[in-house]
Every structure is written in structure tokens, then in C-alpha cells.
Design a protein around this ligand. Structure first.
Ligand code: UFG
Length: 327
């Protein structure tokens, strides 16, 4: 299929592009490189542009006879969304609605959308199934929920075929160490801990140890980025006109912040000093996925289940790219 991967120079996008290319799809990456990396995109496949630029998108849809869109281009940091909600509403909602309109006028009806567990807020029951009420507690989660609703309505009214994939915590890197996670500034737990192991940071600050969890630190469900990429391919082949699915993607296992530090100590052999810091605004205490619907609908199940395996792939990337793509 001819696919436009929007935000394909980013972390999850770049890993998905690789799998799509290997599976024989004709792939183009559309990215403004505000957070993505040209070096992660296969040669000759990058088109620079803004998702709010309808005319540019419509021209690309026509020129390359695009049949499907995968949409990864969004701001995705909980803390940043609390501090700068306008950025999040503008990029994640307004510009995404522009993209949907460009698709509609070009007759491109298939879309796989990166959604998030942040749409659930802080549920009371675990694991989190798709039937769990979606009550976001930060602007990031709310912006993604708005687009999920828009997709539902576009599927019903205009025959779009839509899949919203609700990622839990994306982690790890391609096992060959060629592409991986590179954010500037980095705010995600595993890369920060591994940067500490590389000696780039003196210590890792733990954001709160007074949550209602067994060790007091927040629990997350870390899912390998290649498992997320695999779900995108499966979701794409599932799309028919009017398809409207939402699925969780996680391992169903939870790791606390301290568990992650411990796993990283084991893999890197570094003592990784920690300090205690105040809670970070917008952080839910615990997020663990029930991904059985993705298994039933898409035949998807994660290949990486042990956190050490996930950290090991991230560690390979960090060792071979200590300064990310600038290495
Ligand atoms: N944490 C620390 N110290 C740090 C960094 C993070 O203690 O220096 C903690 C956070 O407070 C949180 C946990 O580690 O409890 C994980 O934090 P991340 O920033 O790695 O990830 P988040 O859970 O905040 O968010 C990520 C993505 C979101 C997505 C969410 C889904 O950034 O886009 O996972 O759970 F919505």
C-alpha cells in the first residue's frame, strides 16, 4: 500500500516506517522535524511540511497516490501539556483536524492514529480495558481524546476507516541499535536513567514516592516500540470503509519507577544514584493495560514482555548513540 507516515521521523513513527518498508509498502514520511530526526528516515523518503498545510498535503496525496495515513505527529509530554496547553490544542487538535480535512478532500480514507493511555486519566480499576471511562487528567490526554471522537464521527459520516491505538509507555529501540529514542530535552524515564548510566547525568530524580503503590512510586506499562510498530501494520490491514476501532497496546505488566532503575542497574552494571523529588503535575499513579482486544481483533501480542529485554535494546541504542542522532 502507498502510505504517508506523518511524524514518521519521530520515535514510534521511525520504528513503524522501518517495518512498513520491510513489509514491502511504499512509504513516504511527512514531518516538520520540530522533534523528529531526518537521520531516522530512509533515504529519499522525507517530505518536510506542516500538518496544518492542507494544500501541501493534498498535493502529496495526489502525487504519490496515497492510500493510507499513519498519524504520529503530536506533542506527547504530560508535564509540557500542563504548562503549555495552547501548544497542545493547536498542534494535536486544530492541525490534526486540518489533516483530516485534507484527507477527506483527497479521498484518502484510511487512518491509523497514535492515541494514548493518557485518555483514561487515573482509572480506579486495573488492568485498563477499552471500556474504562475516558476521563483525562491533563491537556495531552484530552487532545488525543478529542481526535478519537472526531475519527468516530468521520468513520460514521464519511466512511473513513480508522484505528486509534492507545499506547501505554513506549520504550526500547530497534534491537540492531540503528534507530532509537532521542528527545531534546529528554523527559522520559528509561532514557534519563540510561543517560545516568552513561555518565551524562549525575543522578535520576524520582518524582514522588508517596503514591498509593507498593513502593510509593508511579507504575507504568512499558511496551516495546517494535511491538507498537507491529500493531500499526496489523491495524492498517484491518481497515475497511466505516471501520472504527480503538485498542490498548501494552504488556499488561506494571513497573514502578524504582523497578525501572533496578532493571537499568542490572543491564548496565552502573549503580545509578537516585534522589527524591516532588511529584510531577499531571502524573497518574498507575497505568496498566488490558490489551486483549488488540489480540482478538488484530491478532497482536507483544513479543517483548520482560522489562530487562526492553531496557537491553534501549541500552544498545544509547551506547552506540550517546548523543542520539547527533552521535
Ligand atoms: N519519572 C521520574 N523521573 C524522571 C522522569 C520520569 O520519576 O526523571 C517518572 C514519571 O513521574 C512517571 C514515570 O517516570 O511516573 C514515567 O514517566 P515518563 O515521562 O517516561 O512517561 P509518562 O508516563 O509521563 O508518559 C508517557 C508518554 C505519554 C503517554 C504516557 C502513557 O510521554 O505520551 O507515557 O502512559 F501518554
Amino acid at each position: 500500500m502507498k502510505i504517508l507516515v506523518i511524524g514518521g521521523a519521530g520515535y514510534v513513527g521511525s520504528h513503524t516506517v522501518r517495518q512498513l518498508v520491510r513489509a514491502g509498502h511504499e512509504v513516504w514520511v511527512y514531518d516538520n522535524l520540530s522533534r523528529g530526526h531526518a537521520a531516522s528516515v530512509p533515504e529519499g523518503k522525507l517530505i518536510e511540511g506542516e500538518i496544518s498545510d492542507r494544500a501541501h498535503l493534498e498535493a502529496i496525496f495526489a502525487k504519490h497516490r496515497i492510500e493510507a495515513v499513519m498519524h504520529f505527529a503530536a506533542f506527547a509530554l504530560v508535564g509540557e501539556s500542563v504548562a503549555h496547553p495552547a501548544m497542545y490544542y493547536q498542534n494535536n487538535v486544530t492541525a490534526t483536524l486540518d489533516l483530516l480535512e485534507a484527507m477527506r478532500s483527497a479521498g484518502v480514507w484510511r487512518i491509523v492514529f497514535s492515541s494514548t493511555t493518557a485518555t483514561y486519566g487515573q482509572p480506579e480499576k486495573f488492568p485498563i480495558a477499552e471500556t474504562t471511562p475516558q476521563l483525562p487528567i491533563n491537556p495531552y490526554g484530552f487532545t488525543k481524546l478529542v481526535i478519537e471522537h472526531a475519527l468516530t464521527d468521520y468513520a460514521k459520516a464519511y466512511g473513513f476507516g480508522c484505528a486509534a491505538l492507545r499506547y501505554f509507555n513506549a520504550a526500547g529501540a530497534s534491537p540492531d541499535g540503528d534507530i532509537g529514542e532521542d528527545h531534546d530535552p529528554e523527559s522520559h524515564l528509561i532514557p534519563i536513567v540510561l543517560q545516568t548510566a552513561l555518565g551524562q547525568r549525575a543522578r535520576i530524580g524520582i518524582f514522588g514516592d508517596d503514591y498509593a503503590t507498593p513502593d510509593g512510586t508511579c507504575i507504568r506499562d512499558y511496551i516495546h516500540v517494535d511491538d507498537l510498530a507491529d500493531a500499526h501494520q496489523r491495524a492498517l490491514s484491518h481497515l475497511e470503509p466505516g471501520t472504527n476501532i480503538q485498542v490498548n497496546l501494552g504488556t499488561g505488566r506494571g513497573q514502578s519507577v524504582l523497578d525501572i532503575v533496578e532493571a537499568c542497574r542490572k543491564i548496565t552494571g552502573h549503580p545509578i544514584p537516585v534522589t527524591l523529588e516532588p511529584r510531577r503535575p499531571g502524573d497518574p499513579a498507575e497505568l496498566i493495560a488490558d490489551s486483549s482486544l488488540a489480540h482478538r481483533l488484530l491478532g497482536w501480542s507483544p513479543k517483548y514482555l520482560e522489562i530487562e529485554e526492553i531496557v537491553d535494546t534501549a541500552w544498545k541504542w544509547h551506547q552506540s548513540h550517546p548523543r542520539g542522532y547527533a552521535s
